[in-house]
Design a protein around this ligand. Structure first.
Ligand code: GDP
Ligand code: MG
Length: 163
């Protein structure tokens, strides 16, 4: 089986935007049924001729804000079990929040390679804000804009290096 990369994080940080950018049209529709909420979405990604699977742990819950914190942690536990590498996404335009700290602690305890993507850094002038998130303790902190595509190549270089 292909190695699996999990995308974790609070609602609204940009997990699905990142997932869609990375998977493009290779998004898995297997098992999609109308009216059924799937809590995780799988897709395929290829980088420098290497293939991997990607999972969006936020899934297609209609209103992501409805995800209660415990659900984020449950998803993180599943990710730790099944994934070979984990990308935690935070919203670089917001303050560091306590769910971020708890999630980061949980993910880093899991012993899998973990990366922090500080999203919504739409211009390089914002990259300094990403530094605040170093306090979460990740070794790898990468400013990205999932919407504009910046920083994505550097993120993928780092992630694929551990697969
Ligand atoms: P999820 O709940 O973590 O899956 O987050 P979504 O991917 O649904 O994105 C939440 C909101 O953040 C949406 O309004 C996106 O358009 C916005 N968003 C995602 N990525 C970026 C980004 O790189 N820059 C900006 N400015 N907004 C973004
Ligand atoms: Mg989502």
């Amino acid at each position: 089986a292909l190695p699996l990369i999990a995308v974790c994080g609070r609602p609204n940080v940009g997990k699905s935007t990142l997932f869609n950018r990375l998977t493009g049209s290779r998004r898995s529709i297997v098992g999609d049924e109308p009216g059924i909420t799937r809590d995780r979405i799988y897709g395929e990604i290829e980088w420098q001729n290497v293939k991997a699977r990607l999972v969006d742990t936020g899934g297609v819950v209609p209103d992501d804000e409805a995800l209660i914190p415990s659900e984020i942690f449950r998803q993180a536990q599943v990710a730790l079990q099944e994934a070979d590498a984990i990308v935690m996404v935070v919203d670089g335009r917001t303050e560091l929040a306590s769910p971020d700290m708890e999630l980061a602690r949980l993910l880093m305890k899991g012993g899998k390679p973990t990366f922090l993507a500080v999203n919504k850094m739409d211009s390089e002038s914002m990259y300094a804000a990403a530094e605040n998130f170093r306090r979460l303790g990740f070794k790898n902190v990468l400013p990205i804009s999932a919407e504009h595509g910046s920083g994505i190549g550097d993120l993928l270089d780092e992630v694929f290096a551990v697969l």
